[in-house]
Ligand binder design. Sequence first.
Ligand code: HEC
Ligand code: HEC
Ligand code: HEC
Ligand code: HEC
Length: 483
Amino acid sequence: MHKSIKRIIVPTALVIFLIAIIAACGSDEAKESTAAKKLYNTGLSADEINNEAFADIFPLQYESYKRNEEMSDTKYGGSIPTSKFDHTKEPYLPIIFNGYGFAKEYNEDRGHIYAVEDNINIARITDKSIGSCFTCKSTAVPILLEEDEFGDGYWSANFRNEIVPRAEELGHSPIGCSDCHDPETMELRVTRPMFATAMEARGVDISNPTKNEMRTYVCAQCHVEYYFEPKKKEVTFPWTNGLKPEEMYEYYDTIAKDSGFAQDWIHTVSGAPMLKAQHPEFEIWSEGPHGIAEVSCSDCHMPYERSDGKKKITSHQWTSPLKTIEQSCRTCHADKTEQELKDRVEGIQDTHMENLHKAEEISIDAHYFINKMITTGAPESKIEEAQELVRKGQWLFDIVAAENSAGFHDPQGAMDSMKKSTEALNEAIIIATEELVKLDVNIDELKEEIDKVKKAVYDEPDVFKKKDHVINDYFPNQQPPKN
Ligand code: HEC
Ligand code: HEC
Ligand code: HEC
Ligand code: HEC
């Protein structure tokens, strides 16, 4: 109606001018409605899982995707393959995760294109590994979950002998178009069922998401904390009590325990039943300033870019936004220069890493103090109390360490978690010290022995052998023998 009135009373040139202004002012709404309408008809099958099939139809997005092969680092992030045990990173992790696969090999993450290759080659994958380990790596997973051959048996099927060969047969790709898009229409979609299950458990309805929510949900199906529930070995997100580190801990101590999941592993030094955190970018982001302001993962990690020097597309190179501050951040923070924003991020990260290293050091002491409690015959109840505290304390720093932004996604929340972590760990040391003093243990000698172990781990040049220096005659293994 508006338009027809204008047509009658104003000259055509002016009408075009007015429409242009209206369109410019309401650009957000305009973007929203065109994106909603701009569904494609690709002519591809609904089951298409091979990236190459999309290449000719969407050459610009495909080229952008291919740039995930590039490798370059930022101060704390980036995509050059590096061990986390590197001296410049976290050299004592082989102590912290001793007795578990993460003490064997633990690398920085890198581009999506390498997901399958890195998954198959990591030393943590063995002949006994299961399908669940493949869940956030390959485009074949949604099909494997539906197929008669596996179905529900997918989760516990053998990784090397059953899952990988079948995925190859299906012509899968590492994390690809079909993981986030419906191949027929390119509409954004969630393909991993455990995300929907976990959101429902939190009481969040995801049946009718907004476009902005989808720009986060597509990532949140993989970039999260998870564990394998013991019955079917199904990948499960511990979100029923909430997304904060303590809330997830509470879940593990109640719901997961009741279902038979007591721990990821028993620590060789302290004998404590430990939890290993995965990569909870979604959870940490949710509680941080950008999550609260509903700034999506894609806003920063998939900024618009000019391709061909003219066409504007969504970048499909998922990497550190510090490489694209102009497009990723200055769209909203135009009052700050690129350098100011970079300095602000690195400032947050420096403080975060400093606190993380402190928490790690206290955790190491706590494990060894408990070891001494065990070998000198401290009361069982005190040992258990200290073990419980080291389990909780280590979880509270590991959950923000396993999160890959070095504190940026939620600077304050990460600091709070590390503060609670060091409180719990210090308390474990206090309990242990009281008992050890009663038993006449020389605390100075104990500390010297801990320093010797740390030096041996640090000095060992072969990353795969670092873990072997953690246990010795002074600190014997507390892990029960595997059956
Ligand atoms: C406000 C911008 C912003 C938002 C929103 C955001 N991130 Fe980040 N993200 C960053 C920055 C900055 C870093 C740190 C990069 C660095 O250290 O080089 C980062 C780091 C990461 C990394 C590690 C990258 C690397 O180079 O190793 C991953 C993975 C990641 N984010 C995933 C996510 C996911 C998933 C979401 C949504 C749940 C999200 N991010 C939301 C800005 C953002
Ligand atoms: C990890 C998730 C993810 C993967 C994998 C992915 N995309 Fe996207 N894609 C997105 C998001 C998010 C958008 C932005 C959609 C929006 O805001 O409406 C997008 C947008 C698009 C668009 C719309 C035009 C544009 O540039 O905004 C096309 C076409 C597209 N992707 C093609 C592809 C192709 C081809 C592949 C595989 C090579 C692929 N995508 C892989 C998440 C993904
Ligand atoms: C199907 C699972 C899956 C989905 C969906 C997914 N990711 Fe990832 N992402 C991974 C895995 C696995 C890695 C690590 C790959 C490796 O190290 O080989 C990774 C790595 C990354 C990295 C690190 C790259 C680097 O340079 O270090 C970033 C950043 C990232 N993802 C962001 C995102 C964002 C943003 C989304 C949503 C738009 C998303 N991812 C969707 C599984 C996924
Ligand atoms: C879509 C808009 C948007 C984008 C993109 C965005 N931000 Fe923000 N940023 C916000 C909003 C909104 C806030 C919250 C402001 C508030 O709470 O006062 C915020 C807050 C911040 C803060 C203050 C947080 C604190 O607690 O001190 C920093 C620093 C920041 N952003 C950096 C960045 C960086 C770096 C990037 C790119 C990697 C980025 N932002 C991308 C909208 C955005």
